[in-house]
Design a protein around this ligand. Structure first.
Ligand code: PLP
Length: 420
């Protein structure tokens, strides 16, 4: 693959027409389209290696297990985790955070303690902590978000105290598209002995993640946002913490011995993988991450980066040029920062346009072939912070072209004219 067109050609779903118009898919923050290598693997497993993993002594089960465990190794390499024991397969970011919130809080959080989350959090980095805190008498507090979309690091420093038992932050907000300074957040928390979970649902897609370099204690992400099949997800955890935490769900495969009186548990990572996993989806993480890795290496990496920069610069100018358009999460400092680095902006733009309802804009855009996201985006507290109940979001992946960005803006201008 040497060009964006060659990348695009790997994605059958991008080739389709919607309402007779060429599809322009800009809802990548919600889920990515799937490359042929992932589609092939899923088909190959459904038609061949379809048997439960880790359980049976037959060829199909061996094949499925090899693909499942091979994907775990691929994930380990992709995020540079020390060992397979650090990689827990889940159904996605939501499941990963629920696992940590429930299990960590049961063991380490009590009456009067605090869980600190970032103010730009997705509901899946808020509600699981609330549920866990309700059960143990602790409280969830949020690090405020500044007007330009950055986290208020001064406030964060003030909020870190002995009562904080864990910090859980977004790597990249799914609304603001800003890479948060997770390294600094982690260093400050660790200085006080507080572990940090990073919600990497968007981060894994747009930044290079090395969990050892980042020094996070937990990193959660979904496969479906980075080209893998839906139903795949990962929780990276520091081994000492995972060993100390109680199991989250009970059932098959997570046990060592079971009697009616007492059960002992399987070693990591299976201790946290109760029941039949979505083994085909998890196995698809291998070709998906290989694909993602290829886009970050060699000549094509430069092509992708150049295209992303061009799209960001174009959208900044073109959207600001629409009368009454407000973009959320556009810090001035972001321009000078390398893509994916803390403080940079990813090609994800959330905005509102005066006198136009976001849902009306999205519906008109849909009829022109452009798929965008609208609504609360699972971030109601952040919407409230900016005094709105909805936004429009256009989010891009390496398979999106500058021409698509231009068509999106022309379609948006047309929709605005129709609504005013
Ligand atoms: N966190 C962020 C930042 C997200 O963007 C999303 C999904 O949009 C999630 C968490 C939840 O991911 P999933 O629904 O795949 O569990």
């Amino acid at each position: 693959m040497n060009t964006i067109e060659e990348i695009r050609s790997q994605f059958p779903a991008l080739q389709q027409l919607v309402y007779g118009k060429q599809l322009v898919y800009l809802d990548n923050g919600a889920t990515s389209q799937k490359p042929q290598c992932v589609i092939d693997l899923v088909e190959r497993m459904h038609t061949g290696a379809n048997a439960n993993v880790h359980r049976a002594m037959h060829k199909l089960s061996d094949d499925a297990t090899a693909l499942y465990e091979g994907a775990r190794e691929r994930v380990r390499q992709f995020i540079n985790a020390p060992a397979r024991e650090n990689i827990i397969f889940t159904s996605g970011t939501t499941a990963s955070i629920n696992l940590v919130a429930s299990s960590f809080c049961r063991k380490f959080v009590g009456e009067g303690d605090v869980v600190l989350v970032s103010g730009d959090s997705h509901h899946s980095n808020i509600v699981p902590w609330q549920l866990a805190c309700q059960a143990c008498g602790a409280e969830v507090k949020a690090i405020p978000v500044l007007e330009d979309g950055r986290l208020d690091m001064e406030a964060y420093r003030r909020m870190l105290s002995g009562r904080v038992k864990i910090v859980a932050v977004e790597h990249i907000s799914n609304v603001l598209g800003i890479v948060n300074p997770v390294g600094e957040i982690i260093a400050l928390a660790h200085a006080q002995g507080i572990p940090v979970l990073v919600d990497g649902a968007q981060g894994i897609v747009h930044a290079k993640v090395d969990v050892q370099e980042m020094d996070c204690d937990f990193y959660a992400f979904s496969g479906h946002k980075i080209y893998a099949a839906t139903g795949s997800g990962v929780l990276y955890g520091r081994q000492e913490l995972l060993e100390a935490m109680p199991p989250y769900m009970g059932g098959g495969d997570m046990v060592d011995t079971v009697t009616f009186e007492r059960t002992t548990y399987a070693p990591l990572p299976l201790k946290f993988e109760a029941g039949t996993p979505n083994f085909i989806a998890q196995a698809s993480l291998a070709p998906a991450l290989e694909f993602a890795a290829r886009l970050r290496e060699g000549e094509i990496a430069g092509v992708v980066e150049e295209q992303e920069r061009a799209i960001i610069e174009y959208l900044k100018g073109a959207l600001t040029g629409i009368e009454g358009c407000r973009i959320y999460g556009l810090p001035e400092e972001a321009s000078g920062v390398a893509l994916g680095e803390p403080g940079s902006k990813i090609p994800l733009f959330s905005f509102n346009i005066e006198r136009c309802f976001p849902s009306d804009l999205a519906q008109l855009l849909d009829k022109m072939g452009v798929a965008v996201r609208t609504g609360l985006m699972c971030c109601e507290p952040l919407m409230t912070r900016f005094g709105v109940t909805s936004m429009v979001r256009a989010s891009f992946l390496p398979y999106n072209t500058l021409q698509e960005a231009e068509y999106f803006v022309a379609s948006l201008q047309r929709a605005v004219r129709m609504l005013r």
